[in-house]
Design a protein. Sequence first.
Lengths: 215, 537
Amino acid sequence: MRRLLLLLVCLVSVAARAQEELENPGVVLAVQDRTYRMNSELDIAFTVLPLDAFTKGIGGQISYTYHFSDSIAWQIGRFDYNYNVATGLRTQLQRDFGVNPTAFAQTNWIAGSDFMWTPIYGKFAWLNSSVAHFEIYGLLGLSVANQRISNDIAAGTTSTTFAPGLDFGIGWRFYISKTVSLRLEVTDNVLFSSRGVQNIMVLLLGVSFNFGSTE
Amino acid sequence: MRATLALVLALLSGLALAQGQPAAPPAPQGPPAPAATPQGAPAARTAPAPAAPAPAAPGAPAAQPAAGATPAAAQVAAEKADQKLFDEALQDYFGDKKESAARKLFAYVEGTPPTDENHPWAQYFLARCFIDLGLRHAGAVYLSKVARERANPQVLPRTLEALRTLILVPHDEVLIDEQVFGSLDLGFLPESVSDYANYEQGIVDLRVGNERWANTHFAKLDEESVEASRAKFALLVTRLRKLQGKEVPDEMIEDFLTLSKDDKLTLEARNEARLAVARLRYERKDFEGALKAYEMVQLPSLDPGRATLYLEEAWTRYNLGQLRAAMGLLTTLDAPSFRDQFLPDKYILRALVYRDLCHYLPAKRAAKELTRRYAESLDAIREREDLTLDDRLRRAASSHGSTKRAAKFLESLSLEIEFKARYAGGFGDRLFSQVSKLYDLAYAEGERVYRQRIKESVREEADKLLRAAEQVRLMEYEVGLKLYERIKRGAKLVQPEKETPIGPGQEAFRFDGEYWNDELRSYRVSLPSRCVEEGQL
């Protein structure tokens, strides 16, 4: 009985759909020329490395991306240099517990290269008076970080090491004009080093300049 | 006295700057004070003291001569009072006290003869007060008085400039276009307005069917002026009307095409020229050419455009066999911006597209939609009721041409009559009753003109509707036959047409009933054909 009921419900919905299609046939699409298209992109950004409990990295990144099409691009190179700011916790450890300042590892810079995929291009209405365009993209690539680590905490000696790894992230681009856009991005660098696997998250807010539009 | 003159000149220069014009040359522009020269002002003051020397104006305490004074002394006192009142009014005007300024200027205008040198200036500033207070029609009345009376030639250029800005909004066409610009003595006009006046007088001549006289006015226009381009457009339209169904010469289309590229014309006028080209080519069955002209029409960003443009383009595409593109444009016409538009053809065309693609039920439904939607109007026509009472027909008739202008003017008068009530206190009894009288008269006349025009245009719309209803009946009959046609054995669906793929650099947004103004010209319908080919037995 239950099966029969289920079958009946399915049939009714199929019939309703068929009827709707009979009465209102066709699919309507708004096909428009893409207003904004990227080609060669130079991005200058402000970055924050927020995850480390002892130091917060504040820095600047410069990158160059080449767009093969509207959805596929290669961020050929990026370089993010960090200025490390001690957190309250680190200050407290140094002051109250005499921990040597060199005991804390910190990231000096990160460089890398990424594949960029942009599946979403959209628009929204601003106060019902203008239309703004945006896109959402994903990043996947390789990274290498330069870090300062402590060799001997007691002696206070440090050295710099290179930690290679992968990075992935998601970003939102807001178009201001055909040549200028804003990028808001979150990436995670998974680095492999002798000290194990590290996660370094980077928050980025940048301004991109587009050269040589494909139009 | 010099101080007074300097004050007036400074104020006038300020006004010129505020209007975005270069400051007027100082000496001759200002209204000279009454006693500036022995010959000028006193001569204008030979008239007796004003009959109504603005007793209501607080700034005119000395308007009434003191008891026991001699008549000459009384006259001098009245002159001084008038001058003081005028100065105070100007101070109020530039001090942004428009109501007070209007009251004093009106008192001055009432209290001085038209020959008074400051009388036209007072009328001019009174008009500007009205315009600034949102009472444009009252302003237009006083500006027209200055333009017609021409008591002071120095006021005229400013007056005509002000009138030129007023004609950009709904206005009394008889008062401004015909009685001022249409009848000005062109010999005395400054260059800045002579082109416009020549153009307007040429247009008046064209309206009464006198192209030769119109040409004499148009010939005086500066070739590089905007008016020259507008005059060419007006001449072409008039010649086109005269053709009345005869073959349109190629040169005429070329002339319209040239005008469509004339940057001196406004975008709207250029679009009109493009539409004219498209329509003429369509009439000659040059659908490809017509489509090119329709595509040339440029709309400002996010402007929905005009329903007629989309409908005409849809018909052109239908005639070119671009059924799906035509259907896309019909989707556009369902947008909220065009929901109130009177477009009976839309239903016919949609039914035709469905019929051609063998979707007979939707075709029948689309055709019936017309009779359903306009049932009340069709009933009203059949019952021979007063068609101006039918909402749809009245709206359709008021949506274009001279009826639209009359309706807009009436609407703006209604709004201004509402505004006027705000100034009952500020204006004082005399000015308020004068303004009320002025608006009552204008409204009555505006309503008469509107009724006269709508009576004719509503009949045209009714004819259009009846013709469409007739086509719907034919369509229903035709589709009915097709619906019950037997399909022969071996018949198969026709090969589906290849749809244009979405190219690189293009984006497709699936339409889900939400209209975006930037998408109105880009709808594409994917509609498979359900027609069958004759089978081979």
